[in-house]
Design a protein around this ligand. Structure first.
Ligand SMILES: *[C@@H]1O[C@H](CO)[C@@H](O)[C@H](O)[C@H]1NC(C)=O
Length: 221
């Protein structure tokens, strides 16, 4: 059925396919083994990833600023203890506001190993948020900015209420009543992302464009 030319052609196709698979393989594993990524992102007390306003010189603050700084310090300490107690790999912080002079920590983002589809090993993020809403949140927007190796990679925004409607682990259902909430949300970090440093800033606004929550993450693949 298949003459010599046909056989050569099918070998070529097979060869091409194998090369393609190897390339894809190399691409998929571009950002290394999950264990190595976890170690690289562990961070330390000596060299913290995030700077805090309350770490500044109290002599340069007035009485009100000192009080705010003390509240911020206590909240950050609470979440630090949560991270330390569970030996988590800390990659992000969530606040009630984006302004570094006046924000209280309400959550953290950590990195965990995971297994993606087809058994590919990788990492994912898990975000913990404990927030008290003082007013009902009927809608708003979610903004996300991502920097890659210090350069702007992308900036987008979405309607808050439909943000995660397609996910099995949906947590956003509008409206949010004025009460306490405790969220835990996982996100896969795609295996195809190239090696490098990723810094993200994400924030949620209400219908009056007031910021309700603001998060920062910093991790290296
Ligand atoms: C967050 O809130 C939940 C539910 O109230 C609580 O069980 C958990 O300990 C809180 N986490 C932290 C770090 O405070």
């Amino acid at each position: 059925m298949c003459n010599l030319t046909c056989k050569k052609a099918s070998m070529l196709v097979c060869g091409g396919f194998i090369i393609l698979m190897f390339t894809l393989y190399a691409l998929f594993f571009n950002h290394g083994a999950p264990e190595d990524i976890m170690v690289a992102n562990k961070g330390s007390q000596v060299n913290p990833k995030f700077k805090h306003y309350h770490d500044r010189d109290p002599h340069k603050m007035n009485e009100l600023e000192k009080e705010v700084a003390e509240e911020e310090r206590r909240a950050a300490q609470h979440w630090d203890e949560f991270i330390a107690k569970n030996d988590f790999v800390n990659i992000g912080e969530i606040y009630d506001n984006c302004d570094e002079k006046d924000r209280v920590m309400i959550g953290r983002t950590i990195m965990l190993p995971t297994v993606h589809w087809a058994g590919l090993k990788g990492v994912k993020s898990r975000t913990f948020i404990n927030i008290t809403l003082h007013e009902e949140l009927t809608g708003g927007k979610f903004f996300l900015e991502v920097k890659y190796n210090g350069k702007d990679l992308f900036a987008r925004n979405w309607e808050l209420c439909t943000l995660d409607e397609d996910y099995d682990d949906r947590v956003v259902y509008c409206p949010f009543l004025a009460q306490d909430y405790s969220f835990v949300k996982d996100r896969d970090i795609p295996v195809y992302l190239p090696k490098g440093r990723y810094q993200t800033k994400g924030w949620i606004t209400d219908v009056n464009d007031e910021i309700v929550a603001c998060g920062f993450s910093d991790f290296t693949l």
